[in-house]
Write a protein that binds this ligand. Structure first.
Ligand code: IDP
Length: 143
């Protein structure tokens, strides 16, 4: 399987719950490596730009409001099949539907406050990684 990169965001609810380390441990235990990381307070325009594909959706305003409600941890994860692996670790968007043992089943409260974001394809990952990080900020460890 190809080595990929994916963008992960630990959302404001999980940061507020003080479970950053527990979530990062799940990535590491699954064989993903953190190759870039930062904690940031997103501005409204940061969040609107990041979620631009959802701007016509009814939940867009609430999503932007939530993502700017507190700091987030943005990371680039690298590893074999990283995009799908991260999506499997996260679980379904709605934590009530997320499989047992996934991050959202264990740490998320609701479809709005659902603990983590993860790129849904390698194409999205390329755009999302570039949205937050310059190429020079990535520290790949599998080359
Ligand atoms: P994903 O984060 O699992 O990829 P998306 O469909 O890309 O899910 O939606 C982006 C985010 O928008 C979700 O993580 C969730 O926080 C929020 N969201 C999605 N659907 C709803 C909804 O029906 N109501 C409220 N928020 C939603």
């Amino acid at each position: 399987m190809a080595v990929e990169r994916t963008l992960s965001i630990i959302k404001p609810d999980a940061v507020a719950k003080n479970v950053i380390g527990q979530i990062v441990s799940r990535f590491e235990q699954a064989g993903l490596r953190v190759v870039a990381a930062k904690m940031v307070q997103l501005s409204q325009s940061d969040a609107e730009g990041f979620y631009a594909e959802h701007k016509e959706r009814p939940f867009f305003k609430d999503l932007v409001g939530f993502m700017t409600s507190g700091p987030v941890v943005v990371q680039v994860l690298e590893g074999e099949g990283a995009v799908l692996k991260n999506r499997e670790l996260m679980g379904a968007t709605n934590p009530k539907e997320a499989a047992a043992g996934t991050i959202r089943a264990d740490f998320a409260e609701s479809i709005d406050a659902n603990a983590v974001h993860g790129s849904d394809s390698t194409t999205s990952a390329a755009r999302e990684v570039a949205y937050f990080f310059a190429e020079t900020e990535l520290c790949p460890r599998t080359r």
